[in-house]
Design a protein around this ligand. Structure first.
Ligand SMILES: Nc1ncnc2c1ncn2[C@@H]1O[C@H](COP(=O)(O)OP(=O)(O)OP(=O)(O)O)[C@@H](O)[C@H]1O
Length: 409
C-alpha cells in the first residue's frame, strides 16, 4: 500500500513538474551561491552598509538600473548579511523594505518602518494602523528606532514614486537633528529612472549625501547561469535541453532581464503541468513568454477605468492595422469614438481623451511626444504603444465590458 492510498483522490499530492517551485517565486531571496555576476555591485553595497556592522551610520545609497537587473535582490541580500555579521558583535540591525509604488505617502512610509522596527515592551510605544497624524508617527518612529535597534536600514524600492521627498530629508538627517541619539538610519533608494535625483527638491538634493550605483542588464550567458542555478526548482529530467537557453534568449531580447527570465521559466513549468505534460519543452517556453508579457502588461493597466482601456484599445487597433507606429490624438480620438459607441459608453470629449492618454503615458504603457514645438499643450501630441499590440489586445479583452469587441472582429 502506498502512502497516498488513504488520501482524498480529489487532490494531487505530488507535483510531477516542480520539486520546489518557491525557488522561482519573485519574492524568494536566493542564497549568495545562486547569485550570478553581481560581485562588484555587492561589494559597493557592502561598502556603503559596512559601518552598520559596528553600529555606526551607513552611507546612503541610490541604485539605478532597468527592471530585473537585481537591484532589490542585491540590496536585500547584502542587508541580510550585514544583519548576521552585526549580530556576532551584539549589534542590532533591522531593515524595512518599502515598495513606494504601493506606499508613497510620508505617513504610510513612516508608519510601516515604525511597525517593523518597534518592540512595544522595549520602546514603550505602540504604532497603530490609523488615527495618528504624520508628526506623531515620526515621534513614535524615533522612539522605536532609538530603543529597539542600533541601526535601521530603509530600502525604498521605486523611490521615484514617492509623493513627497521630504521623508528622505527627515530620515537621512534624524541623527544630525537629534531626533535619535542612540541609533542611526541608512537609506537605500532603488529606481529604474536614472535621472531620478534631478527631480528631487533642492532641499533634499543638497542635504542627502549619497553614493550612486548603476546595475547594467545581464547578457544571455548570465541569464543562462541564473536559470541554471534554479534548475533544482524542477524534478530531474523534466527540463528539455533547449528550455534554459531559449528562456534566456527570449528574456534578453529587450534588455537582459532576470525577472522576465525567471517568470518565463516558472510559467513554462506551470503550463506543462496544466497540460499534464511531464516534460517542459520549447513550446511551453514560447507560450510562457506570451503569458508573462500579458501578465506584466495586465499589472500596468489593472484598475484603469474602462474608458481608458477603450482609448488604449483604439490605439492598439490603429497600430495593428497600419505600418505607422505613432498616431496623433485626433486620429486616436476618432477611432475611440467608434469603439465607445460599439461598447455603449458615453463618448468623452477630445480634451478628456488627451488627458487620459497622458495618464497612460505615466504608467509606461504608451509613449507620447509633442509634435513640433509650442503648439498648444498636448493637443498636438503623437502616441505610440510600448507593447506588442497582440498582447495589449489580449489583455484588454480580459475586461468583461470590452470582451464584446472580440466578437466584432
Ligand atoms: N544576479 C542574479 N542572480 C540570480 N538571480 C537574480 C539575479 N538578478 C536578479 N535575479 C532574480 O531576478 C528577479 C528580479 O530581480 P530583482 O527584483 O532584484 O530586480 P530589480 O532590478 O529590483 O527589478 P525591478 O526594477 O523590476 O524591481 C528576482 O527573482 C531575483 O532573484
Amino acid at each position: 500500500m502506498s502512502a497516498n492510498d488513504d488520501r482524498d483522490p480529489l487532490f494531487r499530492y505530488d507535483d510531477p513538474v516542480f520539486a520546489d517551485e518557491r525557488l522561482l517565486e519573485i519574492t524568494h531571496l536566493p542564497g549568495p551561491d545562486r547569485i550570478v555576476g553581481r560581485d562588484e555591485q555587492m561589494q559597493r553595497v557592502a561598502d556603503a552598509l559596512n559601518p552598520a556592522i559596528f553600529g555606526s551610520e551607513p552611507n546612503h545609497l541610490f541604485i539605478f538600473g532597468k527592471t530585473g537587473t537585481g537591484k532589490s535582490l542585491i540590496s536585500r541580500s547584502v542587508t541580510q548579511r550585514v544583519i548576521s555579521e552585526a549580530q556576532h558583535d551584539g549589534v542590532t540591525v533591522k531593515y524595512a523594505f518599502i515598495d513606494c509604488g504601493e506606499q508613497n505617502t510620508e505617513a504610510s512610509i513612516i508608519k510601516t518602518i515604525a511597525q517593523i522596527v518597534n518592540e512595544p515592551d522595549d520602546s514603550g510605544v505602540t504604532i497603530p494602523d490609523r488615527g495618528l497624524g504624520t508628526g506623531d508617527y515620526y515621534k513614535r518612529l524615533w522612539q522605536a528606532v532609538d530603543r529597539c535597534t542600533d541601526v535601521t536600514i530603509v530600502i525604498l524600492d521605486e523611490i521615484d514614486m514617492l509623493e513627497d521627498d521630504e521623508v528622505l530629508r527627515k530620515l537621512s538627517r534624524a541623527g544630525e537633528n537629534r531626533r535619535i541619539s542612540d541609533s542611526s538610519i541608512g537609506i537605500i533608494g532603488i529606481s529604474n529612472k536614472i535621472d531620478f535625483p534631478d527631480h528631487l527638491s533642492e532641499r533634499v538634493k543638497s542635504s542627502l549625501s549619497r553614493d550612486e550605483l548603476v546595475f547594467p542588464p545581464y547578457d544571455a550567458n548570465q541569464l543562462v547561469e541564473i536559470l541554471e542555478k534554479r534548475r533544482d526548482a524542477f524534478h530531474d529530467g523534466v527540463l528539455s535541453d533547449d528550455v534554459i537557453p531559449l528562456t534566456a534568449a527570449l528574456a534578453a531580447q529587450e534588455h537582459g532581464d532576470a525577472r522576465k527570465a525567471i517568470d518565463i521559466l516558472r510559467n513554462a513549468g506551470r503550463i506543462a503541468k496544466k497540460q499534464n505534460d511531464s516534460r517542459v519543452t520549447a513550446d511551453h517556453v514560447r507560450d510562457a513568454k506570451e503569458k508573462t508579457e500579458a501578465d506584466r502588461f495586465n499589472e500596468l493597466i489593472e484598475g484603469s477605468p474602462q474608458q481608458a482601456k477603450a482609448i488604449l484599445y483604439a490605439l492598439t487597433i490603429l497600430t495593428e492595422n497600419s505600418s505607422e507606429k505613432e498616431f496623433p490624438t485626433k486620429i486616436i480620438y476618432n477611432q475611440y469614438k467608434e469603439i465607445a459607441r460599439q461598447l455603449d459608453f458615453d463618448v468623452l470629449s477630445e480634451r478628456r481623451v488627451q488627458e487620459i492618454l497622458q495618464e497612460q503615458n505615466f504608467l509606461n504603457v504608451i509613449q507620447s511626444e509633442r509634435e513640433g514645438r509650442g503648439r498648444g499643450r498636448g493637443a498636438h501630441a503623437k502616441h505610440r504603444l510600448l507593447e506588442n499590440p497582440s498582447i495589449v489586445k489580449k489583455v484588454l479583452l480580459r475586461d468583461a465590458r470590452l470582451a464584446v469587441l472580440e466578437d466584432d472582429e
